[in-house]
Design a protein around this ligand. Structure first.
Ligand SMILES: *[C@@H]1O[C@H](CO)[C@@H](O)[C@H](O)[C@H]1NC(C)=O
Ligand SMILES: *[C@@H]1O[C@H](CO)[C@@H](O)[C@H](O)[C@H]1NC(C)=O
Ligand SMILES: *[C@@H]1O[C@H](CO)[C@@H](O)[C@H](O)[C@H]1NC(C)=O
Ligand SMILES: *[C@@H]1O[C@H](CO)[C@@H](O)[C@H](O)[C@H]1NC(C)=O
Ligand SMILES: *[C@@H]1O[C@H](CO)[C@@H](O)[C@H](O)[C@H]1NC(C)=O
Length: 949
């Protein structure tokens, strides 16, 4: 049925080609990109930002919901620019040079909720500028040069809640009258304007605004006066930036009675005035005083008398360590002392604050947990991040029994005694990341049985002992990643049956045993050092098979000083039947290996970044029929041929940015029937006729948008370097004869109809059998002729082991022992299909030596070699195969290579690691194996073999 729909699709295409050929139907956007949405929805979001646009492109689909036009060179907005866009909800035209907006430009945007025109050069807001925007909720006009606002400019904005007018040149407060009158207005930012005086007497006396939050700066403002009851709902007042003292006049102190939040930055008032103002704010519950070094000490006594005050934030105010002691703010529930330059909090400073629930001491130079904290039995959240604490005593948290969150991120703690957390029985979050912990043996006490989040990443922990988290029965989120060689024990994660998110780092001697983590959903693995060849434990990953519930796995390699990238331990993926998202960043993946995802049929998205995929094997995607999004950025990919055999039939999103693609054959996209988004930015394209088809397709196809096409730049040929791909004149490539055109397109159509057919019925297997058949013919022909062998042995090895082959093997076997060897990198005929070359090599050599390593096992070509050779072995009863193990490979690793395991059980093999101390003996054995006649003998086990035998 797939073929039938495909054919009908093609017939439709032919139909279109013949009947409705109309270039104006072209869907392709030249300037904008439709943002990809993971969940299928009809909402069209357009990104036209950063495209050097001078005018708003008319290609924007009328049904777009979001349009980003920011960071261009737009000069004005014209009346017709957003015609009929009745579905638009969010529009951003910030960071342009817009100085004019036609009246009624937005009038069709009936459901627009967010409009951003920030950072432009508007000087005035004329009468009907916002006509029709009756559903607008948020309007950002900041960073313009607005001096004048027409009194009717805002009249249609009946839903507006938030308005940003900061950084403009408004001089008259009367301009704000219409704003304050808007029925739903809640928050207005007027800071950094040019008015000298904010005096409510200049507003209508009978005005009663709904405004709740007013943001002003005192940059130029000299007078602030609320003398009429125009803001009955004003709750939040923000005043900042001042170099001159402000005259604050509120003759009727009841007018500010409803203010609950006051944020003041820098000393905008004289101390005396400040005290008076504070005393009048009867409802004040939330006070933020930043950069108030000068008189914070004197001010605090007044602050602490505010009966309703609950939250005090002194961020970035220089505090003398004694200051707080004089301030008995016992009513506070939240105190924020972030970056207040304290190196100690003397005993008694905050002792009286018995009601404190949240305390932040972050970014200071404390060397120990302040004594007073043990008196705060109601404290729930304690933040001591970025300090210099090196030691925690058993008494530090003795009385903070309500503590729920404790962050000690980025301190210098070296040791944690068992008693430290003995009393914090309600702790849910503990962050110990970025400290100097060397061990956590016995640190986690049964009292932490409610802990849900634990972060001990970036410490110096050498070993995570068996069951060290065992008592943390509620743990859901655990991060143990670090840059050093942490050993994870067999039962390290024992008992963590509720864990959902795990972040670990894996080093060469590390054994990841994640047995029993039945609810694990997200796992992130940092690969610290080269894994593939350096690992020497036999049972790594053996018990990982229970990781059934994982939906998202991420591998990230941290920079390895030796420069060698770690391999992804793909065995881990095997049990993950539910896996939906796979990500690998900067790792080594044996690109020719095919079956990595054979057990993960649910995969929806796959990301390989900075990973060498230059030899990408199309079969990599064979087993993931549901794959929707594929990101292969920075992967050294040279062409898109892999798509043809990849079976990516559900793919909607394909990102191939920053690769090495020069020429694209557009016909490959026929194999991606659902592709809607393709990004090929930053590839070294070639401006040649070989790309003409792709250019035409990118412009005209009606399904797939090629993101940022207008910015694709050619690298080749040299005269065209730096020119735009879309500027390439494809007409010069086109043949004029319409008849020829018709014939060739007909042929193409017939061919494309045939391809799925061929693909369906003659898969690789058939082709392979065909080759075996050829090989058989070839061989019998040779035998009849009595040809002698051209080589003594064909050596099959993985490119990763080339070094060993050339350094150890060649000198010994070719030079010392005098064998003629066939190496595929040296002796293969270029230009010949690889499978033919292999067949040739195997049948013109007496023996086949397989140099087996982990990389070898993962290599598809090599396993075909083995199969080919073992075909000779089993089907012709010839003893042609010599297996040479370069590293110890546990038996279970061989199990996926069923045939290989069988061979290992029956045939001769040699182990280089076991013979490492007696290389002489090893090479003697190889010599003997090469000497043996073709007759199949059953004298196995002559030589020591791999483990598990
Ligand atoms: C500002 O308000 C005060 C009352 O607080 C009033 O006396 C004064 O005239 C006003 N100033 C201006 C410029 O309107
Ligand atoms: C304070 O708020 C109440 C209720 O919202 C309102 O009735 C009253 O007028 C406000 N007071 C002032 C001084 O604005
Ligand atoms: C403390 O204040 C800073 C600056 O205002 C803020 O970033 C931080 O989130 C606050 N911390 C807490 C615990 O409220
Ligand atoms: C701990 O709390 C108890 C009872 O609330 C109190 O008696 C004791 O003095 C507190 N300990 C410290 C070190 O403050
Ligand atoms: C797993 O990670 C994804 C993406 O970061 C996140 O949305 C999801 O909530 C995580 N799952 C859990 C259980 O935290």
């Amino acid at each position: 049925s797939g073929n039938i729909t495909y054919s009908s699709y093609l017939i439709l295409q032919i139909f279109c080609l013949l009947l409705c050929f109309n270039p104006s139907l072209a869907f392709a956007l030249k300037k904008c990109t439709i943002l990809y949405q993971e969940n299928l929805s009809n909402d069209l979001s357009l990104d036209c930002a950063n495209k050097k646009l001078v005018t708003i492109p008319d290609e924007i689909p009328k049904d777009a919901v979001l349009v980003k036009l920011n960071s261009n060179q737009l000069k004005r907005i014209n009346k017709g620019d957003f015609l009929d866009m009745s579905k638009l909800k969010i529009l951003d035209v910030g960071e342009n040079n817009i100085s004019d907006v036609d009246e009624g430009s937005f009038k069709d945007l009936v459901i627009l909720a967010t409009l951003r025109i920030a950072s432009n050069t508007l000087t005035n807001l004329p009468k009907n500028i916002f006509q029709g925007l009756s559903n607008l909720i948020s309007l950002d006009l900041s960073h313009n040069r607005i001096q004048f606002i027409h009194e009717l400019a805002f009249q249609d904005l009946t839903s507006l809640k938030t308005l940003d007018l900061d950084y403009n040149k408004l001089q008259q407060i009367v301009h704000f009258q219409p704003i304050f009158q808007l029925p739903h207005i809640q928050r207005v930012n007027l800071s950094h304007n040019s008015f000298l005086c904010f005096n409510t007497t200049q507003l209508f006396r009978n005005l009663s605004s709904n405004l709740e939050e007013l943001i002003l700066s005192t940059h130029k403002m000299k007078t602030f006066s609320i003398s009429t009851p125009v803001f009955p709902n004003l709750k939040k007042l923000v005043l900042y930036r001042s170099h001159s003292a402000l005259r604050w006049k509120t003759p009727d102190k009841t007018l500010l009675r409803n203010i609950t939040h006051l944020y003041i930055s820098q000393p905008v008032l004289s101390l005396k005035r400040f005290k008076q103002v504070l005393q009048n704010l009867e409802s004040l519950s939330n006070l933020r005083l930043n950069y108030l070094d000068k008189y914070i000490k004197d001010l605090l006594s007044t602050v602490c008398k505010l009966q309703k005050l609950r939250k005090l934030d002194l961020f970035h105010t220089y505090l003398n360590s004694m200051t707080l002691k004089l301030a008995p703010c016992s009513q506070l529930t939240e105190l924020n002392l972030t970056q207040t330059y304290i190196n100690e909090l003397p005993n008694g400073s905050i002792q009286t604050m018995k009601n404190l629930v949240t305390l932040s001491l972050s970014t200071n130079t404390l060397v120990e947990v302040p004594y007073d904290i043990r008196t705060l039995s109601n404290l729930q959240i304690l933040n001591i991040e970025f300090n210099l604490i090196s030691h925690l005593s058993c008494e530090d948290f003795i009385n903070t029994t309500s503590l729920r969150e404790l962050s000690l991120y980025s301190n210098c703690i070296t040791k944690l005694k068992r008693c430290v957390f003995e009393n914090v029985k309600n702790l849910k979050l503990l962050n110990l990341s970025k400290n100097q912990l060397r061990t956590i043996r016995g640190t986690f006490n049964v009292s932490l049985h409610r802990l849900e989040v634990l972060d001990i990443s970036d410490n110096k922990i050498m070993i995570l002992e068996t069951g060290c988290f065992q008592v943390l029965q509620s743990l859901r989120h655990l991060n143990t990643a670090s840059n050093i060689d942490t050993t994870i024990k067999r039962e390290t994660f024992k008992g963590l049956s509720y864990i959902q998110v795990l972040v670990v780092s894996l080093t060469r001697n590390c054994e990841l045993n994640v047995n029993g983590l039945e609810h694990l959903e997200n796992i992130t693995i940092y690969l610290v050092t080269k894994y593939a060849s350096e690992i020497n434990q036999t049972d790594n990953y053996t018990v990982s098979y229970r990781l059934k519930s994982v939906k998202r796995i991420t591998f990230i390699s941290r920079v390895d000083p030796s420069g060698s990238l770690p391999s992804v331990p793909i065995q881990l993926l095997q049990p993950m039947k539910q896996l939906q998202h796979f990500t690998a960043v900067n790792v080594h993946i044996n690109a020719v290996f095919a079956n990595i995802f054979q057990f993960n049929p649910q995969l929806k998205s796959m990301t390989f970044v900075e990973t060498d995929m230059s030899n990408l094997n199309p079969n990599l995607f064979q087993d993931v029929p549901k794959l929707q999004a594929l990101d292969l950025s920075k992967c050294k990919i040279k062409d898109l041929d892999f798509i043809v055999q990849s079976n990516l039939s559900a793919l909607r999103y394909l990102k191939l940015t920053e690769n090495k693609i020069t020429v694209i054959n557009e016909t490959v996209f026929q194999y991606l029937p659902f592709l809607t988004y393709l990004d090929l930015s930053n590839n070294p394209f070639s401006c040649e006729c070989s790309n003409a088809g792709f250019i035409r397709w990118a412009k005209d196809n009606k399904q797939t948008q090629v993101a940022n096409t207008s910015q694709y730049i050619c690298e080749f040929p040299l005269p065209k370097q730096g020119s735009l791909l879309l500027d390439f004149d494809i007409l010069s490539c086109r043949d004029d004869g319409t008849f020829f055109c018709f014939i060739s397109s007909t042929c193409l159509v017939v061919l494309t109809l045939l391809i799925p057919f061929i693909h369906h019925y003659l898969r690789w297997k058939l082709g392979y059998t065909f080759h075996l058949f050829l090989a058989f013919l070839y061989d019998s022909k040779k035998r009849k002729k009595g040809d002698s062998y051209r080589f003594d042995a064909f050596v099959s090895y993985n490119i990763n082991d080339e070094d060993w082959v050339y350094r150890e093997m060649l000198p010994m076997l070719e030079e010392k022992q005098g064998w003629r060897l066939c190496l595929h990198h040296r002796d293969f005929q270029p230009g010949k299909p690889i499978i033919e070359n292999i067949t040739d090599a195997i049948y013109s050599s007496r023996k086949t030596i397989c140099v087996i390593s982990r990389s070898y096992l993962q290599s598809e070509w090599c396993s075909r070699e083995i199969q080919m050779a073992s075909f000779r072995l089993f089907d012709e009863k010839r003893d042609v195969l010599i297996l040479l193990f370069l590293e110890e490979i546990p038996g279970y690793l061989l199990s996926p290579y069923f045939r290989m395991r069988k061979l290992v059980k029956k045939r001769t093999y040699l182990s280089w690691p076991q013979a490492a101390h007696h290389p002489g003996v090893f090479w003697q054995m190889v010599q003997r194996a090469l000497h043996t006649r073709n007759a199949l003998t059953e004298n196995t086990n002559r030589l020591t073999g791999p483990t598990g035998h």
